[in-house]
Unconditional design. Structure first.
Length: 165
């Protein structure tokens, strides 16, 4: 679950977000966290502050020409805000309701600027995939004997099924 990841290892998500930001030239990142998850909010905010103190966020990260700031925005927690255009509207202070596309968020998203939206788990896996290579990380979908689809993630030489999460 994404909340568990934010509460237990926000640094992996921050690192993935910074890699993504660097790769597309973004200067800003936003964590959109439901206000019903106060521990996740506190853990992410604390991790971001520690990253700023260590020179991993802000202007000229680690003495480079790359600058990026990341902030936390709290959401009301409406289920519909899982849809990317509804999430953008909520961050902008509007009702979190999906909008008709095109334009797509990558063309005109948050505050009218091109926007990339990714899931917490996706971002958290980016550093490990870079470290170990794409072949190391695989996701397979299987049909169980009961004909129920089950997602199996294979990484770090361990198999985890949805049932274990």
């Amino acid at each position: 679950m994404d909340r568990d990841m934010l509460e237990s290892d926000p640094f992996s998500v921050i690192e993935g977000m910074l890699i993504a930001a660097y790769s597309i030239g973004a200067l800003q990142g936003i964590f959109y966290i439901r206000s019903e998850y106060p521990l996740a909010i506190v853990r992410v905010e604390n991790a971001l502050e520690l990253c700023r103190k260590k020179g991993l966020l802000g202007k000229d990260i680690l003495g480079s020409a790359f600058s990026c700031e990341i902030e936390v925005r709290q959401g009301a927690g409406a289920f519909v805000c899982g849809e990317e255009t509804a999430l953008i509207a909520s961050i902008e202070g509007k009702r979190g309701w999906p909008r008709i596309r095109p334009p797509y968020p990558s063309q005109r998203g948050l505050w009218g600027k091109p926007t990339v939206i990714n899931n917490v788990e996706t971002l958290a896996n980016v550093p490990a995939i870079i470290d170990h290579g794409a072949d190391w990380f695989e996701i397979h979908a299987y049909l169980t004997p009961e004909k129920v689809p089950e997602l199996i993630e294979i990484y770090r030489n361990r198999i985890t099924s949805d049932a274990e999460k």
